[in-house]
Design a protein around this ligand. Structure first.
Ligand code: NCD
Length: 323
């Protein structure tokens, strides 16, 4: 009998954004991710599900967690994983992103994991290649695997997502993490609040189904989860906050501001964090609240699930075309 395929449960070739997924599809990816958590904690971390498959990490922007966890995820499933270093690639000789991806496509990768500074660039690339494409962050648009690993962290810590109050705080304007999380949390039945100065919020953001606050002391009242965001200065054109000291005073999370949230509220941060800017250093390390390292751990399991499900869909497609 053929191995079971996932494509009825996840009928997508690419993973470009949370906005494209249903609550059932998100729940399914989280269930598959859960099944990889124990494997990652064991001594033998290798499975053969992706043997013979090729995964290329194509990162046009810096990354620590996302790139290494995709690399580990692919290797733990026995794929051949290539990390393209843009600094030493022909992009530096003037080749366009599309030409680079067509060149890589000619080598038959099964999955391209792509990060790019421009919103929409990863979707454009996905239209030019034969394999599956995973968006590892495009500009300030989406970062779907980050939202999935955040959701897995919440689901494992709180037992559910539905009905929770989640405050996303800080530089929402430039954050693809915020956008993907707003979509995911709304689809899964959580209540989303944004807490930020007006300069760091997109216009008409309420249309995304969120409640807006400009003061941490009111925005965090009774919330279950506090997600902090970095000031993404690399995306800023001009000045958005008077100074980082003043920003920390009003919007940096410390135990005093957290005191109005639920007593066991979870503190999250996608990383990289700037201690003393958006989060107090002691709180970031306080394991009674901070789930920041859980997020990193679970990121590998989520990326294994995404590689597993999307390559399985490619296999099912080839099998259908052959029959
Ligand atoms: C985030 C990103 O790149 O969007 N980091 C990450 O992937 N963990 C958030 C950030 O850079 O601040």
């Amino acid at each position: 009998m053929d191995a079971p395929t996932y494509d009825n449960l996840f009928p997508h070739r690419h993973l470009l954004g949370i906005v494209d997924l249903s609550a059932v599809e998100i729940g399914f990816l989280l269930d598959v991710s859960d099944s990889y958590v124990d494997l990652n904690r064991g001594a033998d971390k290798k499975q053969t599900k992706l043997r013979g498959r090729t995964v290329i990490n194509l990162f046009f922007e810096n990354s620590t967690r996302t790139r290494t966890s995709f690399e580990l995820a692919g290797k733990r499933l026995s794929a051949d994983v290539i990390n393209m270093s843009i600094a030493t690639s022909s992009i530096k000789k003037g080749e366009t992103m599309v030409d680079t991806s067509m060149t890589l496509n000619a080598m038959h990768p099964d999955v391209l994991v792509v990060r790019h500074p421009d919103s929409g660039a990863v979707k454009l690339l996905s239209e030019k290649v034969n394999g599956a494409v995973i968006n590892a962050g495009d500009g300030s648009h989406e970062h779907p695997t980050q939202a999935l690993l955040d959701a897995l962290t919440v689901r494992r810590r709180c037992g559910r997502i539905q009905g929770l109050s989640v405050a996303i705080c800080g530089d929402v304007l430039h954050s693809r993490v915020a956008r993907s999380n707003i979509h995911l949390l709304n689809k899964m039945g959580a209540r989303v609040r944004l807490v930020a100065p007006p300069t760091l919020l997109p216009t008409n953001v309420e249309r995304l189904g969120v409640e807006v606050f400009h003061d941490m002391r009111t925005g965090l009242v009774d919330c279950d989860i506090v997600m902090m965001l970095r000031l993404q200065t690399e995306r800023m054109r001009g000045t958005f906050v008077p100074s980082t000291r003043e920003y920390f005073h009003f919007f940096g999370l410390d135990s005093e501001k957290l005191a109005v949230a639920k007593p066991n509220a979870l503190v999250m941060h996608p990383g990289p964090m700037n201690r003393g800017v958006e989060i107090d250093s002691v709180l970031a390390d306080d394991i009674t609240h901070s789930a920041i390292l859980d997020q990193v751990e679970l990121g590998v399991a989520v990326r294994m699930a995404c590689l597993d499900v999307l390559t399985d869909n490619l296999r099912a497609k080839v099998a259908n075309e052959e029959s």
